[in-house]
Design a protein. Structure first.
Length: 395
């Protein structure tokens, strides 16, 4: 019996707009007893073929579309084409001119839902985040292995996203050589050491590459880098001639790697101060001390993954940006981000604007920011935009 999904009446509109997600409430019937990750044919209530998708019986996101082309089977050649197209797009971006590390596959935006693949020199790090990409991972690996320049493929499927599809966390070598304990990334004139095996995400915040490069106003400045992780924005500030850089993070190992990164780039130890602390608490301490900085960078972890968490997240963003605005000297810059997918750029701008006003500051937008172009967003899938940021001049 064919494995099929039939949608509720009228629920095909999003698919006709080529949106790749099908939620459980849109499903009227399932036939053929598909297993997790199986490919299913998707039909409208009237019986019109709509798409071919991967199936997840336990997730509210019941199916993710592989293709809207009825003539396109989901086989090895399908994954070869998808990987080749993703690589060709990155090649046209000329990323190799500025870095040796970039995102090769960005899930739905590259036609491979729930699949993240990052390239670090000769090594590849993969995340299979849903039932469909999990079931297809051998074909995805086979597509990658056609590239003779790849020495090793490592898996970092250790995110909470897998739990929603009933999948367990998994990490380890998939093929070839293990990546080094610390991989040296070059990026716009700066070197970073990244932990591909246990570091955040796949080892480094590749999505912030262009935003790190857009800090030219740091010359002679006192810079505060909050949630600094391994020091990305702080090192860029030093590269641009900052007078002092205060790096704040709760993770001692991250701060130690930030120190190593500073040493790797030949920066003086006296330029940096490393503070292990909860950022919210540390910002309040700085406020009570009367400390101020010329540039304040706020790059917190994800506060809201779903719309249900948005109200609580909004309070967190308001609090931290209120404190950040108070710590920014008049004429200085507040650089602030949200990586919460449920947070729209418009809402984030409103929250930050309210925070600046409550701090008694006037804020002008210098630049709006998002994820680097190797983390693309398609017009059919705006949910792919998860990173939003503002550079603000405060008076």
């Amino acid at each position: 019996m064919p494995k099929e999904i039939i949608l509720q009446k009228g629920r095909e509109r999003s698919l006709l707009r080529r949106h790749p997600w099908i939620f459980d409430g849109a499903v009227a019937a399932v036939s053929g007893a598909p297993l997790p990750g199986d490919t299913v044919e998707v039909y409208s209530f009237e019986g019109n073929w709509l798409a071919r998708a991967s199936y997840s019986p336990v997730s509210k996101l019941r199916a993710r579309v592989w293709t809207f082309d009825q003539a396109e089977p989901i086989d090895q050649e399908f994954f070869n084409r998808r990987i080749d197209a993703a690589a060709a797009y990155r090649s046209r971006l000329a990323l190799q001119n500025v870095t040796n590390a970039w995102r090769l596959v960005h899930g739905e935006a590259d036609g491979l839902p729930g699949c993240v693949i990052d390239r670090y020199g000769d090594f590849v790090v993969c995340q299979f985040l849903c039932a469909g990409s999990e079931a297809a991972h051998e074909m995805i690996l086979a597509a990658l292995r056609r590239d003779s320049s790849i020495r090793g493929i490592y898996e970092r499927s250790d995110t909470d996203a897998r739990e929603r599809d009933g999948l367990k966390s998994r990490c380890g070598l998939l093929w070839g050589e293990e990546p080094p304990e610390l991989f040296a990334i070059r990026e716009n004139g700066i070197s970073f050491l990244a932990d591909l095996r246990t570091g955040h995400k796949t080892g480094f915040y590749l999505d912030q590459r262009d935003n790190r490069a857009s800090l030219p106003f740091c010359h002679g400045a006192d810079v505060l880098n909050c949630f600094c992780y391994t020091g990305g924005f702080g090192l860029r500030a030093a590269y641009e001639g900052a007078k002092s850089v205060t790096q704040v993070d709760l993770s001692a190992p991250a701060l130690e790697l930030a120190r190593q990164n500073a040493e790797l780039n030949g920066f003086y130890d006296s330029l940096f101060t490393y503070t292990k602390a909860d950022v919210f608490e540390q910002l309040r301490r700085f406020r009570d001390m009367g400390r101020q900085f010329d540039v304040v960078v706020l790059d917190p972890p994800k506060f809201a993954e779903t719309p249900k968490q948005l109200e609580k997240a909004a309070r967190g963003y308001k609090d931290i940006n209120l404190l950040g605005a108070k710590l920014t000297r008049p004429g200085g810059f507040l650089v602030t981000f949200s990586c919460s997918g449920a947070m729209t750029p418009e809402l984030f701008a409103k929250i930050v604007g309210d925070a600046a006003r409550d701090a008694g500051r006037s804020a002008r937008i210098v630049r709006t920011m998002g994820q680097a172009p190797d983390h693309p967003v398609t017009l059919d899938f705006p949910e792919g935009r998860y990173l939003t940021g503002l550079q603000l001049s405060l008076s």
